[in-house]
Design a protein around this ligand. Structure first.
Ligand SMILES: NC(=O)c1ccc[n+]([C@@H]2O[C@H](COP(=O)([O-])OP(=O)(O)OC[C@H]3O[C@@H](n4cnc5c(N)ncnc54)[C@H](O)[C@@H]3O)[C@@H](O)[C@H]2O)c1
Length: 338
C-alpha cells in the first residue's frame, strides 16, 4: 500500500501502542488524524509529530454524539485502538467500564462503514480466547485463531467486548462488503507502556527497589510478551493484506513465566531481594501463548525482537525517564488504574 497518498485515522493514537503506530505510519508518509480523549493516552507521546505539524489531533470522546462520524470524515484507512482498557488489574476490577467498549466499537464501525472507508483494522486481544484452554501452565498449548468459536468463552467483559467487535466486523464484511481486519495483540510491552501491565509493573518495582518484591499470582503463569514494534508492524500489514474481517494473532511463541521475567528484571536491575508471590491479586489465565503461524503465512510477519532484548530496551527507557520518589508514591494506585 502506498501510505503517502492515504488519509489515516488512528483512534486512541496517544496510547502506548497507538503512539508507536502513529510513529510508524508517519515514517511511511501517511497523513494522520488522531482522535483520543486522553483518558489513558498522553498527548506527549505524539508531541513531536504535533510540533512538526504531521498529525491532526482531536481531543474528543468517541462515545459522544457525532464524534465518530466527524472522526472518519475524509479518511481512507482506520486503525481503531481507542478502548477503555488497562492491564490485568484494571480489566478485572473495572468490568462495567470495559463494557463501554461494546458501544465505542459499534459507533466507530458504523461511522466508518457509512463514510465508505477503504479499510478498518481493529486492535483485538488474546482475551477473546476461551479461558478454559489456558489454565495449566505446564501444558504446551499455542492458541490458534480457529480456537475462538462457539460456544464462545472470552476473558472478562473486556474480552467479550473485543470478541463482539470481531464478530461485528465479520458481519460488516459479509453483509456490506466492508474491508476490515482484527489484529489479536498478545501482552504487548515496550517504551511508553504503563505499569498497569505486568512487565512494566515489575520494572517499576525493581526501579524503587521493592523488597520483598511482590509478584501477582503464583508466578507460574506463562505469557508470550510481545515487543511493541512487532505489534505495530503486524497491525500495518493486517491493514494492507486483510479485507475479509479475519482475525490474526500478533504475538511471539516464546513461553516465559512471570517468575522468570521477574528474575530477569531483578538481575538486570542488580536488585537482590526476596520474591513474594501474591495469588490473591488479579492474575489472568495461567497459560496464554499464541500460535503465530497464520500471521507468518498471511502477513509474512515474524516477531523481530526477543523477550530479553525487548526487556532490556524497556528497562533502559523506564529507568531513564522516571523519578524514584514519584514512582514509589504512585505505584500501588497505578497497578490497577489507567
Ligand atoms: N497493551 C496490550 O498488551 C494490549 C493487548 C491486547 C489489545 N490491546 C489493545 O490495544 C489498544 C491500545 O492499547 P494500549 O495498551 O496501547 O493503551 P490503552 O488501552 O490505554 O489505549 C486506549 C487509548 O484509547 C483512548 N480512549 C479510551 N476511550 C476513548 C474514547 N471514548 N474516545 C477517545 N479515545 C479513547 C485512551 O486515552 C488511550 O489513548 C487498545 O484497544 C487495547 O485494548 C492492548
Amino acid at each position: 500500500m502506498d501510505w503517502s497518498v492515504k488519509h489515516v485515522l488512528v483512534t486512541g493514537g496517544c496510547s502506548f501502542i497507538g503512539s508507536h503506530l502513529v510513529d510508524a505510519l508517519i515514517g511511511r508518509g501517511a497523513r494522520l488524524r488522531v482522535v483520543d480523549d486522553l483518558s489513558s493516552g498522553r498527548r506527549e507521546h505524539i508531541a513531536a509529530h504535533l510540533d512538526a505539524g504531521d498529525v491532526e489531533f482531536r481531543e474528543a470522546d468517541l462515545l459522544a454524539p457525532g464524534v465518530a462520524e466527524r472522526a472518519v470524515d475524509g479518511i481512507d484507512v482506520v486503525f481503531h485502538l481507542a478502548a477503555n482498557h488497562g492491564g490485568r488489574g484494571y480489566i478485572d476490577l473495572h468490568q462495567a467500564a470495559c463494557a463501554t467498549n461494546l458501544a465505542l466499537d459499534g459507533l466507530v464501525f458504523r461511522a466508518a462503514h457509512r463514510a465508505g472507508v477503504e479499510q478498518l483494522t481493529f486492535a483485538s486481544s488474546g482475551c477473546v480466547y476461551p479461558t478454559s484452554l489456558q489454565t495449566d501452565p505446564r501444558e504446551e498449548i499455542y492458541l490458534r485463531e480457529d480456537m475462538v468459536r462457539a460456544p464462545y468463552e472470552a476473558d472478562d467483559l473486556y474480552g467479550w467486548a473485543k470478541l463482539m467487535a470481531e464478530l461485528t466486523l465479520r458481519a460488516y464484511h459479509r453483509d456490506y462488503g466492508m474491508a476490515c481486519a482484527s489484529a489479536r495483540y498478545f501482552t504487548a510491552y515496550g517504551e511508553r507502556c504503563l505499569p498497569n501491565h505486568a512487565v512494566v509493573a515489575m520494572i517499576a518495582r525493581a526501579f524503587v527497589r521493592q523488597d520483598p518484591f511482590v509478584v501477582w499470582g503464583t508466578g507460574e503463569q506463562v505469557r508470550n510478551w510481545t515487543y511493541v514494534s512487532d505489534i505495530v508492524e503486524g497491525t500495518i500489514r493486517a491493514a494492507e493484506r486483510i479485507r475479509d474481517g479475519s482475525a490474526v494473532n500478533l504475538g511471539t511463541m516464546e513461553r516465559t513465566s512471570v517468575i522468570d521475567a521477574a528474575r530477569a528484571i531483578l538481575e538486570r536491575a542488580d536488585h537482590d531481594c526476596e520474591i513474594q508471590p501474591d495469588p490473591s491479586k488479579p492474575t489472568g489465565p495461567y497459560n496464554r501463548v499464541c500460535d503465530n503461524g497464520y500471521a507468518k503465512q498471511l502477513l509474512d510477519w515474524e516477531p523481530q525482537v526477543g523477550f530479553v532484548e525487548g526487556l532490556e530496551r524497556t528497562m533502559e527507557w523506564y529507568f531513564a525517564h522516571h523519578d524514584r520518589h514519584a514512582v514509589a508514591r504512585d505505584l500501588e494506585r497505578q497497578l490497577t488504574e489507567r
